[in-house]
Design a protein around this ligand. Structure first.
Ligand code: CP3
Length: 354
């Protein structure tokens, strides 16, 4: 039928997109660009549609999720969309009592701190997140050739929110469990790996063309602790989605010393923050992986010539990479000028056109 033909055609075009080619380390017509947190408070059109709707509620409204996900694609002409949701959505979906407090982040009513608490982390099934399947179906129909990135929080970062009860600078309680009760910790991150793997599968089955596992706060760990206490759980997530063959991206902040291990965990693309130049990051990650990054987000607050000079530095450092996806070293900030982001996309495209 016509419907199927359209879907097949857009699937081929998506497969041949610059973003997915770069993930596969194939030649690209230009360096693809997208921004972590590209949807959100930097955009007036986002603030408008979110008015009066709580963050977590908005994640469960497929039409709204579709609109918000498309907003930065329309405005900035980025090479990929990222599914609008939050890392705590799968936890909420299995019944964990939590909320996202504006200006704070995720807050957990009853933190997970004992073996008995683990029983509250039940398996996630597609029936727990019907709004994800529905929204991604709508999105892939609208996106045409633009790939959709699904995502989830990695076991360490999710565990930190669950154990601390909310955002934390030093992750004291998390590390106390990790060092003090290694078996409880291992069981906790293993549970989270099951849930996260299942959540990513739902997104891929619904049509996501790539997935990113955010281990935002894992840079708090030394490599030996990462290898022992985190890598097995993150690897379990990557293994769970390996059969689909979609690119798997792995990102964290302050992970310069962990880049090689994050690749080893099973990522096809390793995300790099702004602290390590891309060529040095490539040496740390080793061959056979693409890299994503890594303009310091704060550079966007400088005048255009400075943004272009710093962007040129990133592109030069990334010139010899097997595959490069341009991104910021962390997320878009709410106070950023959206026009500066649009100009940045244009600049990278124009500078790298082949
Ligand atoms: O465009 C996109 O990147 C998709 C949307 C997205 C959100 N959260 C929406 C959101 C993504 C990918 C996330 C992931 C996420 N959530 C991470 C990993 C990414 C990173 O930045 O390292 C983390 C650590 C969280 C937890 C979380 N949720 C935080 C720290 C906050 C910010 C709190 C605040 O108000 O400053 C949230 C809330 C949140 N998630 C917002 C958005 C757009 C802001 C809330 C709002 O708009 O009302």
């Amino acid at each position: 039928s016509g419907q199927q033909t359209t879907t097949a055609a857009s699937n081929d075009a998506t497969h041949d997109s610059a973003f997915l080619k770069a993930c596969r380390r194939e030649p690209v017509p230009h360096t693809p660009v997208w921004f972590m947190r590209q949807a959100g408070r930097s955009l007036p059109e986002y603030l408008k549609v979110r008015e009066g709707i709580a963050m977590l509620d908005s994640c469960m409204m497929p039409e709204l999720v579709t609109e918000i996900t498309l907003q930065p694609v329309r405005r900035h002409k980025v090479d990929a969309a990222i599914y609008f949701s939050d890392i705590v959505v799968p936890l909420k979906a299995i019944g964990i009592d939590l909320d996202i407090k504006p200006g704070v982040g995720p807050v957990i009513a009853e933190p997970i701190r004992t073996r008995a608490d683990l029983a509250r982390l039940r398996d996630l099934t597609p029936e727990d997140v019907p709004y994800v399947t529905e929204a991604i179906g709508m999105l892939t129909a609208e996106l045409g050739a633009t790939p959709l990135i699904g995502f989830a929080g990695a076991p360490f970062t999710l565990a930190s929110y669950l154990v601390e009860g909310g955002p934390s600078r030093n992750h004291e309680r998390t590390k106390a469990m990790m060092y003090g009760d290694p078996q409880l910790w291992a069981d906790l991150v293993d549970r989270l790996a099951e849930i996260t793997g299942a959540f990513l599968k739902v997104q891929i089955e619904a049509g996501a063309s790539a997935v990113q596992l955010f281990d935002s706060w894992v840079g708090a760990l030394a490599p030996a602790d990462y290898r022992r206490a985190v890598l097995p759980a993150s690897a379990k997530v990557f293994d769970a989605v390996a059969p689909y063959g979609v690119p798997r991206i792995h990102f964290g902040v302050g992970t310069g010393e962990l880049l090689g291990l994050m690749g080893e965990a099973g990522a096809d693309v390793v995300g790099v923050d702004w602290r390590v130049p891309m060529d040095e990051a490539a040496r740390r990650v080793g061959p056979g992986k693409a890299l994503q990054g890594n303009l310091d987000p704060a550079v966007l607050f400088a005048p255009t010539p400075a943004v272009e000079a710093k962007t040129r530095e990133v592109l030069d450092a990334a010139a010899g990479l097997e595959g490069h996806i341009f991104n910021l070293g962390h997320g878009v900030m709410p106070s950023m000028d959206p026009d500066a982001l649009t100009r940045l996309v244009e600049y990278v495209h124009e500078q790298t056109a082949r």
